[in-house]
Design a protein around this ligand. Structure first.
Ligand SMILES: *Cc1c(COP(=O)(O)O)cnc(C)c1O
Length: 229
């Protein structure tokens, strides 16, 4: 078996263990394989090993690979920072966008979503660590953005996404993810029906699953270190 196939098996096992440790069903958690900077043949290999959803961060690179891998039945998720001149190409090529953090970007994605496609699934990115350089709205600001998105009929608001600061402190990891869940629960209490918490990466997916993650975004643990690709 190839390394990618073995890596995928190992991650699925980690997801199963983390889910059973907190009495959740594995079927509630989906694996998004983050393939930014990863060449198309490796994505194809992961696909053959049963992986269906892939995450990309750079629009131009992603569209090249999406076109190349066109015949494969892949669900593409955009997870990177969104420049306003890339909204159309993102809305045309992806099924999901996890990183919406501004009203004008939401409006542009809505305008760019082709009529023959179903509404684009979106998450609001929240800056749960309060880092100045990070993308994402500050906690509390998601309510206004959620109201804007709810009025856009080519977008479907699915939930929230976060990329906390990297840390090995599992209590800190969990507190960041608990905050994201709390914000999601508060929106649902106001009448939204958000089913998605996009949180957890190669090094901390167990903490994210313990706090309710429904999509974990895993790159390095699937494809290896991006520096050596
Ligand atoms: C790169 C990236 C990941 C994957 O990170 P790994 O540590 O390689 O698993 C997850 N989410 C986002 C938004 C990313 O940009």
């Amino acid at each position: 078996m190839t390394t990618i196939t073995l890596n995928l098996q190992a991650i699925r096992t980690r997801i199963e263990r983390a889910a059973s440790a907190c009495a959740r069903r594995t079927s509630e958690i989906s694996l998004l394989a983050v393939s930014k900077t990863v060449p198309a043949p490796y994505i194809e290999e992961a696909c053959r090993a049963g992986q269906a959803a892939f995450g990309e961060s750079y629009a131009q690179e992603a569209v090249r690979k999406i076109t190349q891998l066109g015949p494969l039945d892949i669900e593409w998720h955009f997870i990177g920072p969104i420049q306003s001149n890339k909204t159309r190409v993102i809305a045309e090529h992806f099924q999901w966008v996890h990183s919406v953090d501004r009203a004008n970007i939401a409006v542009r994605l809505n305008d760019g979503r082709p009529a023959h496609l179903p509404p684009l699934n979106v998450c609001i990115q929240i800056n749960v660590s309060g880092e100045l350089s990070k993308s994402g709205v500050a906690p509390g600001e998601e309510r206004e953005l959620a109201r804007v998105i709810a009025d856009l009929n080519r977008l479907r608001l699915r939930g929230l996404m976060a990329i906390p600061e990297p840390t090995l402190d599992t209590a800190l990891q969990r507190s960041r993810y608990a905050l994201l869940r709390k914000l999601r629960d508060e929106l649902n209490a106001e009448g939204y029906q958000l089913d998605t918490l996009s949180m957890g990466m190669s090094d901390d997916l167990e903490s994210a699953i313990a706090e309710g993650a429904t999509i974990v975004r895993v790159g390095t643990a699937v494809f290896g270190s991006r520096e050596t690709l």
